[in-house]
Design a protein around this ligand. Sequence first.
Ligand code: FAD
Ligand code: EPU
Length: 341
Amino acid sequence: MPSLQPYSTFGLAASCDSIQSFTDVASFLSIFNTQNNKTNNATYILGGGSNSIFTDDFDGTILVNEIKGISHFDTESHHYLRVGAGENWHDFVTLCMKEEWYGFENLALIPGSVGACPIQNIGAYGVEVNSLIEKVECVFLETGEQVLLSNEDCQFGYRDSVFKHALANKVLITHVNFKLPKQYELEVSYGELAALTEPTPEKVYSKVIEIRKSKLPNPSELGNAGSFFKNPVVSNAVYQAIAQEYESVPHFVVSDNAGNEQEQIKIPAAWLIDQAGFKGKTLNKVRCHPTQPLVLTNLGGATGSDVITMAKNIIASVQDKFGIQLEPEVRLLGNKGLISL
Ligand code: FAD
Ligand code: EPU
């Protein structure tokens, strides 16, 4: 039984029936059809495993995406990139910086694969990847039919897309196509980026890397999957009730995709967890990270049930104190596939 520990940045000890990688659509379909026809055999597509936590042994086959390749052309106004889903995200961003294909600088150092970036619409430091995606190439698992989804088809939202809903477990993403305007304004409004003098894409890229290294644990040194929970988006009434008691509650007004402001407020889950007293706390072998309480870490030898217990305790405490239900951002897997808490 192969170990899944090296395939997930959280690094829990778990095994599966088999792990098979593929480098093109034909080999993927051949492996998928063979495995899918076996009775009681689950399958799970994996990129870099930086958002997937295996809480138990997996009764099935892990399909590791290694579709590579980056092609580029440009027009007077835009750069166009077609990128294989198995390319490493940060290596791709770094290449773009070297080539002066700017736009990705705020998204530097996010672990994982290019193919996973549309799934939860990765975001950091004021930029979400949906603003740079033109279309996504996919293959339907059951039929092998290839489809091209426009940006609109992907129904992107905060840490959300059609791939978590109507198309969940139905498609393999094979390539992501990006469209980068040559003229654009650098996004430097988030946190410490605002202090940059005469910002350039290179300065933003370096600063983002510096901030991330100072706050977030490096998965190759300390197992983790980034933010364990999403930042909750609440009504203005819920926010006002909290603000009456905690004047300094951090908050951000949420805009819809058309840029209109709605009466919805995002409250950092890190603050809620911090206030609930979990920052730096350890339960069994799982720790709530001291410099970013939204991240849970594996101190070494943690089990799936340790992770689930810690997560449920945090959810219950935040619910009890603030009446807000935290939702996991990470993908938790049990022995048959995705599970919820
Ligand atoms: P995996 O964990 O391998 O897969 C994630 C999901 O996508 C799974 O459900 C999987 O089945 C599915 N999937 C993967 N590839 C494909 C494909 N080709 N076709 C179909 N389905 C697929 N995220 C952010 O948004 N912003 C951050 O700032 C950020 N910081 C992080 C920091 C750290 C230290 C860590 C460990 C994680 C962080 N993350 C962040 C989360 C993570 O990096 C992203 O979610 C990333 O996109 C996951 O990529 P992956 O290839 O590792 O995904
Ligand atoms: N905060 C505290 N206590 C702390 C740390 C933070 O109260 O110990 C509060 C502060 O008010 C701070 C706020 O939380 O201003 C936000 O913190 P931070 O800027 O670190 O961002 P975040 O909201 O916690 C989100 C993403 C990260 C992304 C950063 C930067 C989610 C779930 N997380 O974190 O993404 O890198 O913003 O843009 O949206 C991930 O998805 O895995 C991830 C790491």
